[in-house]
Design a protein around this ligand. Structure first.
Ligand SMILES: CC[C@H](C)[C@H](NC(=O)[C@H](C)NC(=O)[C@@H](CCSC)NC[C@@H](N)Cc1ccccc1)C(=O)O
Length: 327
C-alpha cells in the first residue's frame, strides 16, 4: 500500500505551484492540475525554439504507444500536443510502473515562456484525457488501487511551499472537521455546488450559490458576475478595467475577507489573498484575486481559494467526493 507526499512550490505571486516528478530517468517540475487529465511534458522531441530553458523528458527510457497522439486546449486558450510513451513515474515516493507520458512536439507560447514549468500532471477524471484513439489514465487513476486509500490531498499556501499527499489524509494539516460534498463527474472535473457567498460590498449577494470546480491549475477565484461585482462594490478604488479584462484595485488596499458556504460550513478567504498582484512590476494598481466567471459555464475555485483550506480529493467510496477543512 503506497502513500506519498510531494512539495508544491509557489511561483511568482502564486501564479502556479510546481512539484518535482521523476519520469523515466529525468526529474521534471510539473504543474499538478485538478482541472485537466493529461500528464504531458516538454521532451527531446519538442522543437528547441519552444523548449529552451525547460527540463526535457527523454522517451528513450519509455515504450512508445504506437499510433497514439494527444492535443489539449485550456480555458486560457493555451495548448499543447504530441505523442505518447509508457514509462515509470514517481511522485513523492508513489510509483506508477507504466504511466502514459504525453511528450510534447508542439506547445503554445504561454508554456514556452513559463520556463519554470516542464509540463502538467492532470488530476481531473480520466474521462477527459485527450489521448486518441484510446484515452489513458491519469497518474492518480493509474496508482489508485495501490494506494492505502484512494485519495489525494491539496495543501497550497500563500507565498510558501505547500504539499500534495497521495494515499492518505494528513491530520496535522487541518483543524476542525472535514466537510464533504458530492462530486458530479459528468464534465470530468471535481465539480461541486457552493451554497452561497458573503463578504465585501452588499455582502456579495449572499444566498445564491452555484456550480463550481476545484482547479489547482487556475490561479484565481472565478465567481458569478453578480458576486464579483457585489464584492468589489465595497472596495475603495476597485473597478472593472476592460483593458485588463477584469477587476483591479489599489495595491495599497486591504480588501475585506470573502466567505464561501460549502456543505453547510463557511470557509474564509483572507482579504489579502484578493489583492492578487501588481498589473506589472512596480505598478500601484493590482489585479483582483476574485474575477467574474462569465462565459465559462461554472465557477472556478482556483489557488486563491484552495490556499485558504485543506482540500481532500476522495475517490475511495462508491462515488467521488470533495472534502474541505480549515487550515
Ligand atoms: C473550456 C476550456 C477548454 C476549451 C476545455 N479544456 C479544459 O477544460 C481543460 C482540460 N481544463 C482547463 O482549461 C481548466 C479548467 C476548465 S476552465 C474553462 N483548468 C486547467 C487549466 N487551468 C490548466 C492550465 C494550467 C497552466 C496553464 C494553462 C492552463 C476543452 O478542452 O474543451
Amino acid at each position: 500500500c503506497q502513500t506519498g507526499e510531494v512539495a508544491a512550490d509557489p511561483q511568482l505571486y502564486d501564479q502556479s505551484y510546481l512539484s518535482p516528478v521523476t519520469i523515466g530517468n529525468s526529474e521534471l517540475m510539473l504543474d499538478f492540475d485538478t482541472g485537466s487529465a493529461d500528464l504531458w511534458c516538454f521532451s527531446t522531441e519538442s522543437p528547441a525554439v519552444q523548449s529552451a530553458g525547460h527540463g526535457l523528458y527523454n522517451p528513450s527510457t519509455g515504450t512508445e504507444l504506437d499510433g497514439a497522439f494527444w492535443d489539449i486546449t485550456y480555458g486560457d486558450q493555451s495548448a499543447a500536443s504530441g505523442n505518447v510513451f509508457a514509462d515509470k513515474v514517481v511522485v513523492g515516493g508513489v510509483t506508477a510502473t507504466k504511466q502514459a507520458i504525453e511528450a510534447a512536439t508542439s506547445v503554445s507560447y504561454e508554456f514556452t515562456e513559463d520556463v519554470a514549468s516542464d509540463g502538467l500532471l492532470g488530476l481531473a477524471f480520466s474521462s477527459i484525457n485527450t489521448i486518441l484513439p484510446q484515452p489513458q489514465t491519469t497518474f492518480f487513476d493509474t496508482v489508485r488501487n495501490t494506494l492505502a486509500k484512494a485519495v489525494f490531498t491539496v495543501d497550497l499556501k500563500k507565498g510558501a511551499a505547500g504539499s500534495y499527499t497521495f494515499g492518505y489524509i494528513d491530520s496535522s494539516k487541518y483543524s476542525g472537521a472535514i466537510t464533504y460534498v458530492p462530486v458530479n463527474t459528468a464534465n470530468g472535473f471535481w465539480q461541486f455546488t457552493a451554497d452561497g457567498y458573503s463578504g465585501g460590498g452588499n455582502n456579495a449577494s449572499t444566498g445564491r450559490g452555484g456550480v463550481a470546480i476545484a482547479d489547482t491549475g487556475t490561479s484565481l477565484l472565478y465567481l458569478p458576475a453578480s458576486v464579483a461585482k457585489g464584492y468589489y462594490s465595497g472596495v475603495q478604488g476597485a473597478s472593472f478595467d476592460f483593458r485588463q479584462g477584469g477587476y483591479t484595485l489599489p495595491c495599497s488596499a486591504t480588501p475585506p475577507d470573502f466567505n464561501v458556504a460549502i456543505g453547510g460550513k463557511t470557509f474564509t478567504v483572507p482579504g489579502s489573498y484578493i489583492n492578487y498582484a501588481p498589473l506589472r512590476a512596480g505598478s500601484s494598481t493590482c489585479f483582483g484575486g476574485i474575477q467574474a466567471d462569465s462565459g465559462i459555464g461554472f465557477s472556478i475555485f482556483g489557488d486563491v481559494f484552495l490556499k485558504a483550506v485543506y482540500a481532500i480529493f476522495d475517490d475511495s467510496g462508491s462515488s467521488p467526493k470533495l472534502g474541505f477543512a480549515a487550515q
